[in-house]
Design a protein. Structure first.
Length: 268
């Protein structure tokens, strides 16, 4: 795999300190979000995290997609990591030390054994091995299926979804909108083996979002963490693709901050 070129963006962003550890491209994502009472959400989080809210609610998100253009800095490309589907089940939080907004994953299902092993070992993310497929039905229409392996109870996510194309609402993500709330998140939070809070910083340009339609035929993800999914229709978005840089995991400390720069970087 060739090295990614770097270009500047018209929309500058703070660049994390140090050097990125890996980069990848996320493709054909469905964002399906449900509102959850804050008290219920915080009962599921580590004590050093608090729920970040929008319109008075915490939010659960199911995000199926597929990855490609995976590159680990300083490591030759590995055939087993070329592309594969993924499913993360997440919420939006702030850590109580720095008040930094980020993402907390309750589970990340993947069909790739190497990705599962590496993400658990390096980033301490709750990766689960799953049987998965993502079938493209048309340019922006997909069928996704995931069944978790080695699970005490059956955990299945099955959906069909399609992007509806850009609209004026999603063309520019503005502060105060729901799109800004869930997409402007530049770190992943987790806990290492010693029980210490850690985060992995992310860097990417603004998400190219579209409105979406979806039929979610089965969703066991909430039940797997001990709660029931709300009896409401989810808020839906689709994104075609986005290149993402990931920094090494680091301890969460009050002194951590992004280093301002005048350009943003993204793979070509």
């Amino acid at each position: 795999m060739r090295e990614f070129l770097v270009r500047t963006s018209h929309k500058p962003r703070p660049l994390p300190a140090g050097r990125w550890a890996l980069t990848q491209r996320w493709n054909d994502l469905l964002f399906a979000h449900w509102p959850i009472p804050v008290v219920l959400m915080e009962s599921l989080l580590p004590e050093w995290l608090e729920a970040d809210t929008y319109q008075g609610s915490a939010w659960l998100g199911a995000v199926p997609f597929w990855l490609d253009r995976i590159k680990v800095r300083g490591v030759p490309s590995m055939p087993g990591l070329r592309n594969f589907p993924d499913l993360n089940f997440r919420t939006y939080v702030r850590d109580r030390f720095t008040r930094t907004p980020g993402i907390f994953c309750f589970s990340v299902d993947s069909s790739n054994f190497f990705a599962v092993a590496a993400a658990r070992a390096i980033y301490h993310l709750p990766y689960k091995l799953a049987e998965m497929y993502l079938e493209q039905r048309s340019e922006r229409e997909f069928a996704f299926y995931s069944r978790r392996r080695f699970s005490r109870s059956e955990v299945i996510f099955k959906a069909r979804y399609r992007g509806l194309g850009p609209t004026q609402k999603t063309a520019e993500i503005r502060p105060g909108s729901f799109e800004y709330y869930f997409s402007e998140r530049n770190c992943l939070f987790s806990t290492n083996r010693s029980g210490q809070p850690i985060r992995a910083n992310l860097h990417h340009v603004s998400w190219p979002l579209e409105e979406a339609e979806a039929e979610i035929e089965r969703n066991d993800l909430a039940r797997a963490i001990g709660i029931e999914m709300p009896k409401k229709e989810p808020v839906l978005h689709y994104s075609r693709r986005l290149a993402v840089y990931v920094w090494p995991a680091e301890l969460v400390r009050p002194a951590l901050a992004g280093r301002p720069v005048t350009v943003a970087a993204t793979p070509m």
